[in-house]
Design a protein around this ligand. Sequence first.
Ligand SMILES: [Zn+2]
Length: 244
Amino acid sequence: MPRTQQVKITCPRCQQPFVSDITTIIEADDDVLAERLAAGELNKIDCPTCPFQGMVSYPVVYHDRQHRVLLAAIPGLEAMGEEDVWNAVGEDLQWVVGAMPPARQNDEYLYHPRLLPTLEILSGAVSALRRGVDADTAIRAVYRSQLLQALLMTGKDVNTRRALFRESPDLADEEMLGILNSMIDESLRDANLSSAARLTDVRDDLATHLRNTTGLRRIREHVEQRRPDLDSTGLTGSNEEGRR
Ligand SMILES: [Zn+2]
């Protein structure tokens, strides 16, 4: 069952406080709410004082008991310690466990929610989950699309681009190279040349980055493999016997 709470909110535009209904727990079998979350339409507020309309930055928990998926979006997560996280979603997580049949209240996944830093990421992941994608793939796809967006914003700034590649070695990979190639083909088909040029810059830098990191890995592996030989010659200095 969903959980909706009356929450005191401060309007981000006019700073006036007001009370609004905020949904903090969504169960996957609740199609209306789950669809609203997937569409990025959950917890939209209308300020009673000014014309502001928008999504509220408030923690939201998504639970799919059939597929054993428990996700929690916690705005500001990056700066939080464990206690802050517990304060933000602990009550909701207990509520989720309490709503399960007793026989399933010890299910392991209930005690290891995946924490996501924004409601947008949760929306994207839920949208993919509802299309039948598994949780790992769904979350990975959202992070990947965020990285792509960030990369496309870098323009001619190669250094920022390289830093982004280095920060996300598990996302900036051959698969992303393939995605970029198909995006370039698509832009060319649509005769969108500026988009194709931007994508090509990113693609070429990623290709160089992957070539370099692969090259470095090969050298490292090669050295590791050669080590026993080097040791037996005593050239590495680690084998005193061999030197004499
Ligand atoms: Zn307002």
